[in-house]
Design a protein around this ligand. Structure first.
Ligand code: AMP
Length: 420
């Protein structure tokens, strides 16, 4: 179905075309008409499915169809878990609004930077606010904006919002919104906490569950390479030299590891930089821009810093340190294979995290062949799964022993202490 038949007005169809969106994705086909009709929506959609435009295009149409109030109070509020995501959604809204007959004012607000410029930016009001919850509350406390005119609330990456401990902030924001409004909730996964939030928040929502069919499933080749922990940087350099990947996102477990691995690559002639929570907002923006422009080849990042970032045509994700949880695995590899492009995700599996990786595979319903690279064959023996992460032999799911998360954490810490 073309965009025009989804109920979008010609200006917005044109905006989508100018972004290179010729055909709507599955989530766009399902969500756009429903949002335009004004109902609540609960969508489970993976990252890379086109979900951002699925809510941005209807938000813009709704904004165009309403008169601009004298005070220019925000009509829509988009809440996201990280500053990168907030910046990205703000950018997409601005891009889509570029050629519209009215000038859109989007305010993007997030923590970790000075609040003053954001307060200044809100002075003349804003049409749409894109925010992380904590900073939004700070701004509300400073009377920098009011939410009383909000007609549509979007919670994007709702599972991450809850994972990152934003439940209380979310509650406080909800309390300040008008009770009658449209609610749109997007989440990559649908754990009980998201279900509870959806039940509390949504009013007879249209449930959209985009199945991972061949057409929508990201085309990601997943690989697992066995290697000793202290040979991982060398192996990474070897793989970079042997393949012509132009952009690579490497995940590590800590800020220190990000600096260390990026530093080693850099000293060996690979253009690499680190991205983690200690980086200033301008550093983050700069390294992402450098990666996108091709000035940087490798970005070594921690999970928090890399959550949700959209790097067009990212061919490869490397799990240098394994993710702590299967959900993080999904998020990490979802950075590649976006919008129909092919991607590859390589996990380095060293002996001390072999059982940990099995657990991830089990939860992903995945079984990857263990590869070995000539010259990098592991010399350390894997600890038997049962002794390391699965003492009760039931996949670590039941019983009163350590939680799965604890085990994954321990394995990540062990792996890091053997880090080179
Ligand atoms: P998202 O799932 O919103 O993070 O989107 C993933 C990527 O898909 C982004 O780079 C978008 O620019 C791109 N995208 C969104 N909608 C379309 C579409 N209809 N056709 C092609 N690419 C799209």
């Amino acid at each position: 179905m073309p965009f025009a038949s989804l109920g979008l007005q010609p200006d917005l169809v044109q905006s989508a075309l100018e972004q290179g969106y010729t055909q709507p994705t599955a989530i766009q086909n399902a969500a756009i008409p429903a949002i335009l009709q004004g109902g609540d929506v609960l969508a489970t959609a993976q990252t890379g499915s086109g979900k951002t435009a699925a809510f941005c295009l209807p938000l813009l149409q709704q904004w165009l169809s309403r008169p601009r109030g004298i005070l220019r109070q925000p009509q829509a509020l988009v809440l996201l878990p990280t500053r990168e995501l907030a910046a990205q959604v703000g950018e997409i809204l601005r891009d889509l609004a570029q050629a519209l007959p009215r000038k859109l004012k989007v305010a993007v607000v997030y923590g970790g930077v000075s609040i003053n410029p954001q307060m200044m930016a809100l002075r003349g009001g804003a049409d749409i606010v894109v925010a992380t919850p904590g900073r939004l509350l700070d701004l509300l406390d400073h009377n920098a904006l009011r939410l009383s005119a909000v007609k549509t609330l979007v919670l994007d990456e709702a599972d991450r919002l809850l994972d990152l401990g934003f439940a209380d902030e979310l509650g406080s924001v909800l309390d300040r919104l008008p009770p009658t409004r449209q609610n749109l909730l997007f989440s990559a996964t649908f754990p009980p906490a998201v279900r509870a939030l959806a039940e509390k928040l949504l009013n007879q929502p249209l449930r959209i569950d985009i199945e991972q069919t061949a057409a929508t499933a990201p085309d990601i080749l997943q690989r697992a390479i066995e290697v000793d922990a202290d040979k991982r940087t060398l192996l990474l350099r070897h793989l970079l030299a042997a393949n012509n990947w132009d952009r690579v996102l490497v995940f590590v477990a800590s800020r220190q590891a990000a600096d260390r691995v990026a530093g080693k690559l850099h000293r060996n002639g690979v253009s690499a930089a680190a991205l983690h929570g200690d980086c200033s907002q301008s550093q983050r923006g700069q390294v992402l821009a450098d990666l996108k422009s091709g000035r940087l080849r490798v970005l070594v990042a921690t999970d928090v810093a890399a959550r949700g970032i959209d790097i067009a045509r990212l061919p490869l994700v490397v799990n240098y340190d394994l993710p702590r949880s299967p959900v993080d695995y999904t998020h990490r590899i979802g950075r590649t294979g976006r919008a129909g492009a092919r991607g590859e995700a390589i996990s380095f599996v060293s002996a001390d995290c072999a059982a940990h990786f099995k657990l991830i595979e089990k939860r992903q319903q995945l079984r990857l062949t263990r590869e070995r690279i000539d010259g990098f064959e592991p010399t350390e023996a894997s600890a038997p799964a049962a002794s390391l992460t699965d003492p009760d032999g039931n996949g670590g799911i039941k019983g009163k022993r350590k939680s799965k998360k604890d085990k994954l954490r321990e394995a990540a810490a062990r792996q890091q202490s053997g880090d080179n």
